[in-house]
Design a protein around this ligand. Structure first.
Ligand code: GLY
Length: 367
């Protein structure tokens, strides 16, 4: 069943997340934003353009006169200021003004770049998110984080900027390849682990339906997951405190992502980072040993890795410490107190991190 969540920003209603299984309601949702007289630019990547570009442009042709599509080559390596510059150049060439609108059609890279272009073009124009990956539906399209990678640092330049609408069609998840699907699933699992043990159990109980990508299960899963993220970002929209809990698994995860030159998916790295963080949680006597092994093993049926070959632990430690989750000399590390409850810890040492990296490294006798 379709559902709608309204996200508050500074305690005021800000934008809706519409969760459906097709694009049938998109026209009506866009009409409600009064786009008839506005120019609209759909920003997408080469991969998504070929899948859904025509369908979305056809919907737009029915409601407004000035529709354009801007496509850039797919891939995290294009999440750069250079791509944002190309978008600005395109919008200037097409005489976009402050009342016009961008639509981000794609996964996390497209959403982050388009949101950043919208936040900064003419000091801010409206944008809509149509996330087409599970990662973007579960995580990156919600909460207004926009930005690009810079000089090898992920999401180093950006802005908090809220969309006018997030339209999620879970039907598109059926065409994702398995690696991309389960990559997004890692963020969903993360939401259960940090905030909601009942949801975590629900995920495990629905393992078969999730892996089969049953439509009703996907609708329910995405709605429950979005609701957890909604509650977190509403309380702390600009990550002054609680929102940092969403970085569970990302501290070491981002370091692995970078060390492996983005050859692993984001979710695979988050799963590895989550196992490492759960290991530290055990060593800090927050989780019991049984709980640690349970958390670790639950990634396996969802095709997510719990160990990795060919890493250099000291290198991962160095990269972990160069991530922007550092505050002064200490790392803001997210640990689990139990399943469904996370906390921020500033006492995690280099030795803790190295031991955790060795735990997920396949070589038994690493230093
Ligand atoms: N992806 C983490 C956040 O939105 O804060």
């Amino acid at each position: 069943m379709n559902s709608r969540l309204n996200i508050l920003y500074n305690r005021k209603p800000c934008y809706d997340i519409v969760i459906t299984a097709d694009f049938q309601d998109l026209e009506q949702e866009l009409m409600a934003l009064e786009i008839q007289e506005r120019k609209v630019c759909v920003v997408t990547d080469s991969h998504v353009a070929s899948l859904y570009g025509d369908e979305i442009m056809e919907i737009l042709h029915g409601i407004c006169k000035n529709n354009l599509l801007f496509s850039f080559p797919a891939g995290e390596e294009n999440k750069t200021l250079a791509t944002v510059k190309d978008i600005y150049t395109f919008l200037i060439g097409e005489k976009f003004d402050r009342k016009d609108l961008l639509i981000a059609l794609g996964g996390g890279v497209v959403g982050d770049i388009t949101g950043f272009a919208a936040a900064t073009y003419l000091r801010g124009i409206d944008f809509v998110q149509i996330p087409t990956s599970l990662l973007a539906q579960a995580d990156s399209s919600i909460g207004g984080k926009t930005g690009v990678d810079f000089d090898g640092f992920k999401n180093m330049v950006g802005a908090f900027y809220m969309p006018r609408l997030v339209y999620m069609n879970v039907g598109v998840l059926k065409t994702l390849d398995d690696r991309q699907f389960f990559s997004g699933f890692a963020e969903i699992m993360k939401h259960g682990l940090i905030k909601d043990a009942v949801f975590y159990e629900w995920l495990l109980d629905h393992m078969y339906e999730i892996c089969e990508r049953d439509t009703d299960t996907l609708l329910e899963m995405v709605e429950k997951s979005c609701n957890i993220k909604k509650l977190v970002v509403e309380k702390d929209p600009t990550e002054k405190g609680e929102r940092a809990l969403l970085n569970f698994g990302h501290t070491i995860g981002h370091a692995i992502e970078k060390a492996k030159n983005f050859s692993l998916t984001h979710g695979e790295c988050v799963a590895l980072g989550a196992v490492a963080a759960a290991f530290i949680s055990w060593k800090h006597e927050l989780l019991s040993m049984e709980e640690y092994y349970e958390v670790r093993d639950m990634f396996v049926p969802f095709n997510l890795p719990i160990s990795i070959e060919d890493i250099e632990p000291q290198e991962i430690l160095r990269l972990t410490k160069s991530d922007k989750k550092m505050e002064g000399e200490s790392i803001k590390f997210v640990l689990l107190k139990k399943v469904g409850k996370a906390l921020i810890d500033r006492t995690v040492t280099d030795e803790d991190i190295l031991n955790a990296i060795c735990e997920i490294h396949y070589v038994e006798d690493c230093e």
